[in-house]
Design a binder for this molecule. Structure first.
Ligand SMILES: [Zn+2]
Length: 193
């Protein structure tokens, strides 16, 4: 009798142990599965904080805010005559902004005298400020430059510029508005009476 009881007890113990081990195995697997399906572990939806918010207007709206020359050049891909624009020979220190949307496009630090009759820069103010596309008009293959924000036609980029980029951004003055370098705001003095 004694032996039988002992065997029964051993059987129960083994069964419990197996169950315990089994349970532990299950929970480990469950944890792994949870980790694999954890939404935080997967790549979350990509966000682009630096993405430029596009400016869109109707042709009538553009005509209202642009001069006829600015409209012709920026919205109809026109080109001002060489040596006639206001910035081709301009040497002010500051920044050039899009006439359509005010986006900063070029800086005087990258302006150089190309002798071509249009304001020339070797780089945009920001790589994301302008966009390039192939222009096959006038029986030529050129790279057109547009404002990334409002799509304004600015000019073309050529590969005969100076260092460090070797590029020449040949831009219509009428597509640009120049502003002097902003001076840092004067420190506010506490009012004394
Ligand atoms: Zn623009």
């Amino acid at each position: 009798m004694k032996t039988k009881h002992a065997n029964t007890a051993a059987c129960i113990l083994t069964a419990l142990l197996a169950a315990a081990l089994g349970c532990d195995e299950d929970s480990r697997t469950a944890r792994q599965t949870a980790a694999e399906t954890d939404p935080k572990a997967q790549s979350s939806k990509k966000e682009y904080p630096n993405m430029i918010k596009k400016v869109t207007k109707t042709e009538e709206e553009w005509k209202q805010i642009l001069t006829p020359e600015q409209y012709h050049i920026t919205r109809q891909k026109g080109t001002e005559r060489a040596f006639t624009g206001k910035y081709w020979d301009f040497k002010g220190t500051g920044d050039y902004y899009c006439v359509g949307c005010g986006s900063e496009l070029f800086a005087s630090e990258t302006k150089f005298d190309s002798g071509c009759g249009w304001p020339s820069f070797y780089a945009p103010a920001d790589p994301n400020a302008t966009e390039e596309s192939i222009d096959t008009s006038n029986s030529k293959v050129r790279t057109e430059i547009t404002c990334a924000k409002c799509g304004a036609h600015l000019g073309h980029v050529f590969k005969d510029g100076p260092k460090p980029t070797g590029l020449r951004y040949c831009i219509n003055s009428a597509a640009l508005n120049f502003q002097n370098k902003k001076s840092p705001p004067a420190a506010k003095k506490p009012k004394t009476r």
